[in-house]
Write a protein that binds this ligand. Structure first.
Ligand code: IMP
Length: 455
């Protein structure tokens, strides 16, 4: 039997990312720091493709590579080996939170974390012109950076500190120049995304090396061998919050191609990122985050539960359903229990966090897809395969909706009507997950916490 490591929680996107994990992690860290002196926040996957939003008073922070726990004093935020990090974007992000006087955390980057560079972004956009698989990416060079690991030539954080760093980065530049030339493009002239400076030209090797040289000076102090730090703290009672990026539905094994990312958004990614120190089975609470009344996604994937455009447009406007990183409008689906319970299963979830509970209109019942059937009427499972999903027919159950405006920003369970409580209970029972937290708006304090969730 596996022992439970008390005071540990993982927060995973239960669907296709953008569920509101940033705010959830912020709230969990807030609660924990009031009880303990120290909290470790560990991010194990993704890179600047993520967009985790936290709204504090009138400031809106969209964090990409730095964990959301960074906005809370007393946390130590570790950027783990399972991530891929773009140094330029990281510097911009650090500057944004520093400018606002909000850097109250200790940030540490695992020296083993691979780099995702402008070369990867350029290669991704070159590929995008030729293949379907790249068409839905966020343009942040995530997949090529992870592919470098498989191809056995990743550049890692510690390469920035190496005495031969220049040679290594020159070699990398020349490799990508050739790859891109093979695809018919000129790396020097390619335009790539950057977090704060818009689109930039990659430039020649000299320009590339100069940029890296400036970046290494600025982030050197954050790079460490984190193995003992993670191990010692994991073997103590200090709380750990594992912050996931993206969502289970974007996992390359569990998602629908081509709209998948390259990293492991499930807790199993924690095992590899911590080099086996943290067995995810021992994490006390494995929380999956879902939007309470609908599901959103970006890409070509079509679930059987697509909502009619009139209601979808209303939700898109009210819930600002535009990608935090790319600003792309998101597709809106009804709650799709076959898909969501599949994601809960493959990510070993134990608890549920429901966000956006305020998106509910009294004049419009909430349609929940309870199961799929095939053309013959036989019940079928969700499978991560678009061709299969085209043949799935959703069967719905309707729930009476509540007035979302009335509970907007509510913090107390008693504000929820019996109707709302019944709905939450139905979802958590159907997904076989224990309720942990509910959010009722985008502001930091708009949360109903687990202590009150006696439904
Ligand atoms: P990539 O991660 O940039 O390679 O993008 C691959 C797929 O994952 C695309 O469909 C993206 O829109 C999606 N994606 C990547 N990161 C996120 C995220 O943080 N939230 C939502 N979708 C994401």
């Amino acid at each position: 039997m596996t022992n439970t490591r008390l005071n540990s929680i993982s927060v995973v996107g239960g669907a296709f990312g953008d569920e509101g994990k940033g705010k959830v992690v912020d709230e969990i860290c807030h609660t924990l720091i009031n009880r303990f002196d120290k909290v470790i926040v560990y991010r194990w996957n993704g890179g600047s493709n993520a967009g985790h939003t936290v709204e504090i008073q009138n400031n809106k922070f969209i964090l990409h590579q730095i964990p959301s726990g960074a906005l809370i004093e007393g946390t130590t935020c570790i950027l783990g080996k399972g991530m891929v990090i773009h140094p330029g974007d990281l510097i911009s992000e650090l500057a944004t939170i520093q400018d606002n006087g909000n850097i109250k955390t200790n940030i540490i980057i695992d020296e083993m974390t691979p780099l995702s560079l402008d070369t990867h972004r350029a290669f991704e956009s070159s590929l995008k012109k030729r293949e379907e698989g790249g068409s839905g990416s966020t343009g942040r060079g995530i997949a090529p950076a992870y592919a470098d690991i498989i191809y056995r030539h990743p550049l890692r954080m510690r390469d920035l500190l190496d005495k031969n760093w220049k040679e290594k980065f020159e070699k990398h530049y020349l490799l990508y120049k050739s790859l891109i030339l093979g695809l018919g493009d000129d790396l020097r002239k390619m335009q790539v995304n950057s977090l704060s400076l818009g689109t930039l030209e990659v430039g020649d090797k000299t320009k590339f090396i100069k940029k890296i040289s400036q970046q290494r000076d600025q982030i050197e102090k954050y790079i460490e061998n984190v193995y003992d730090l993670v191990k010692d703290n994991w073997n103590s009672k200090i709380p750990f919050v594992f912050e996931g990026a993206q969502g289970v539905g974007l996992d390359p094994r569990w998602g629908v191609y081509p709209d998948v990312t390259a990293s492991d958004p499930t807790p199993s990614g924690i095992f590899a990122s911590t080099e086996g120190i943290v067995n995810p089975e021992t994490i006390e609470i494995k929380a999956n985050v879902y939007k309470a009344t609908y599901t959103s996604s970006v890409g070509k994937r079509i679930l059987p539960t697509k909502m009619d455009e009139k209601l979808a447009a209303r939700i898109r406007e009210d819930a600002n359903e535009y990608g935090a990183t790319t600003k792309r409008p998101r597709d809106i689906y009804h709650i799709d229990l076959p898909a969501l319970s599949y994601f809960a299963k493959v990510s070993m979830a134990s608890h549920i966090v429901l966000t956006h509970l305020d998106i509910s209109y009294p004049d419009t019942p909430i349609k929940v897809c309870t199961h799929y059937v095939n053309k013959k009427g036989d019940q079928i499972d969700y499978r991560p395969d678009q061709q299969f999903l085209h043949g799935a027919i959703p069967i719905y159950e309707s729930f009476k909706a509540w007035n979302g405006n009335k509970i907007k920003n509510s913090t107390i369970i008693n504000d929820l009507s019996p109707l709302t409580k019944k709905y939450i209970k139905f979802l958590s029972q159907s997904l076989n997950l224990l309720p942990l937290m509910i959010t009722t708006g985008s502001k930091r304090e708009s949360v109903i916490n687990s202590n009150y969730l006696l439904l």
